[in-house]
Design a protein around this ligand. Structure first.
Ligand SMILES: [Cu+2]
Length: 116
């Protein structure tokens, strides 16, 4: 027969295992790739991803002006306010190159995602 204390320890151990499993599942989500906007340019300007797996771009705008991350190839448009960070989900891609640009500063803000 379990004592009350032992029952409590077993319950806490089960809870800890459950929390660890939840954390492992969260970590197995789409890969996150940082992308910085500074001086109206993207860094890195070329992002390599694995074909067939979605990723999340974590786009930080360090400029004092808003930018819009845009890709006609991917049909994505997302405003990134000045000084803010936004997350953009990129679907699983076939092998190839997919251009993106900053719609508010297209002369300098250019980049591409290469899926291989
Ligand atoms: Cu646009």
């Amino acid at each position: 027969m379990m004592t009350a204390r032992r029952r409590w320890l077993v319950a806490m151990a089960a809870l800890a295992i459950g929390l660890a499993a939840g954390a492992a599942r969260a970590a197995a989500g789409p890969k996150e790739i940082p992308l910085t906007i500074e001086g109206h340019r993207f860094t890195p300007a070329e992002i390599t991803v694995a074909a067939g797996a979605p990723v999340v771009l974590v786009i930080s705008n360090k400029d004092k002006a808003a930018e819009e991350f845009e890709s006609r190839d991917l049909r994505i448009e997302k405003i990134v306010p000045a000084g803010k960070t936004v997350r953009v989900r990129i679907p699983a891609l076939k092998k190839g190159a997919y251009a993106f640009f900053g719609d508010f500063h297209p002369k300098t803000a250019q980049g591409r995602i290469v899926a291989e």
